[in-house]
Every structure is written in structure tokens, then in C-alpha cells.
Design a protein around this ligand. Sequence first.
Ligand SMILES: Nc1ncnc2c1ncn2[C@@H]1O[C@H](COP(=O)(O)OP(=O)(O)OP(=O)(O)O)[C@@H](O)[C@H]1O
Length: 306
Amino acid sequence: MIELDRLTKRYGTTVAVDQLTCTVQPGVVTGFLGPNGAGKSTTMRMMLGLDRPTAGDVRIDGEHYDRLRDPLNHIGALLEAKAVHPGRTAYNHLTVLAQSNGIPQKRVPEVLDLVGLGSVAKKRPKGFSLGMGQRLGIASALLGDPKILMFDEPVNGLDPEGIHWIRNLMKYLASEGKTVFVSSHLMSEMALTAEHLIVIGRGRLLADTSMREFIKENSRSYVRLRTPEPERMRDVLATAGLTPVATEDGALEVDSVESDRLGELAAEHGLVLHELSPQQASLEEAFMQLTAEAVQYHAHGTGKGA
Ligand SMILES: Nc1ncnc2c1ncn2[C@@H]1O[C@H](COP(=O)(O)OP(=O)(O)OP(=O)(O)O)[C@@H](O)[C@H]1O
């Protein structure tokens, strides 16, 4: 568990993180979202003791990071641009890390196998692809078998196979009861990975809720239907107190009603349906809706010189 209590960080006049209070729970993948400059990396750095809060507090399983006896046994992190000694083999890199953190040597081949780098264990990371480097970073994070894992933009630059692998790994770790905290700008990927979301904007907490609730709360959901008799359908809906909106492709969109009810209404009046589909906005739409005011760096237009 990671607990943030009025966590605040100022750089001069910039308030990067502003009284952030929330708890990252074990057993689920928690996504960490926010527009550029929202304060995600600063928050993650403070969680890892890499940056000092100006005010407030962050605790890892009840302790401050710098008071943890063996930090790698409590929290493992994959941050962007992970520093790896280019001349040391993957095996040696992990061995040095294990030895300096009191982790048994047998964990080294274990984590190399877990991340699929067993066959290149004796190769130097300077010849690694981006995906292999990312896997080595994850191996380092998993080395101490920590209960908490943190991934900052883990799928950046990865191919679909690598993205699929990381997604499943994070879900697996959460299913093992671990706390998994991940930031990403890729909304479609986040929607497939995270069950819970913490969203910030300009350093402040905007949402701390389940993925399902987040999308429901921040977007319009409606039912789309198509019938060869739209006029009669409109009358039936109007009598039932519903106001459909016609779309350009001849369908009707109806708010504030379950698709079951619409199907029943159509059946009661002998109306043929060619489509009856509940529609929910994507995480991306919900995110844009919620963070519209908190976006710091807007693109203005798409034309030349914009
Ligand atoms: N070392 C620093 N010195 C001064 N300002 C900083 C420093 N680090 C971050 N900031 C500022 O703090 C704010 C939050 O930055 P941060 O990198 O935490 O945001 P982010 O959500 O991770 O952004 P992105 O999505 O672009 O990575 C920004 O306004 C940034 O310019």
C-alpha cells in the first residue's frame, strides 16, 4: 500500500504537486493519469525518496522510503530512462544489484526467466533493443520480490508483443496481491490494464475511482438503435417519455435508458430492430472531459504555424 497525505512539492513558484491525498491499494492495477506537467513523475519520485516533499507525507507500507531497511524488498520501480551500466552483462547487472541489497543470488536467474531474458543473460545491455532494456528494468524492479511495484510509462516505444507482455505481467502481479501503480499516456492501453484510476491535474487530485465509475461519471452513455420504422419508433419512445436523437446514418440515440427496456418497448409494439447497442465513451473521451481545464499545454489549431 502507498499512502499519500497532503503531499506537496514546489519548485520555486511552480506547485508541481498540490496537497495530494490518496491511497494506492494492493490487489489491483492502479493507473496514474494526468495531462503533461500534471505532476505524475514528481509524485512518483517522492514515493521513491528521490525527491523531498515540500510538505505532506508519503508512506510505503506505513514507512517513509528512507526508513525502509531493504527498500528493494518493499518497492520496485521502473522509471523512464533507467540507468544500466552498458558494459555489464544483464546477469552481472542484476547480481551487483542483488549483492548490494542483500537479495539472494538465486533471484537473478529467476527474474531473468520471468522477464524472458534468460537466453541473453550473458549479453551486454548496450546491444539490447528498447523492449529488452525495458524487460531488464522490470527484472531489476522485481528482484527483491517487493509487494509494491511502480511503472512510469512502461510501454513507451514497445512493439505490440512487448505491450501485451507488460500488460499481462502487471495484471498477474496484482492478482498475486501486489500493489501495482502505473502511469501512461496511452489511454487505450490503460483501459485494458488498470482496474482503478488516480487522476491528477495541475498537481491536484481530480479522481480516485474505479475505471468503470470513472468512465461512467465523466462521459455520456446512451443506447443506439436502428429500425426500418424510425418514425413509429420515435412515437413509441416519446410516449414512454424518452427523447431520441437521430444520427446522420439513420440511427436513433437514446439517453437515460437501459437497452433491455428499449428492446422490450420495440417488441411490445411489433417493431423490428436492426441494431440495439449500449454505447459507452472510451477512457480517452472521459479523461479529456475531466481534465479539459487542467491541461497546461494546449495545442492551438492544426494549421501551419499553429
Ligand atoms: N526539477 C524541476 N525543477 C523545476 N520544475 C520542475 C522540476 N520537475 C518538474 N517540474 C515542474 O513540475 C510540474 C510537474 O512536472 P512532472 O514532470 O511531475 O509532470 P508529469 O505529469 O510527469 O508530466 P509528463 O506527463 O509531461 O511527464 C511541471 O510544471 C514541471 O515543469
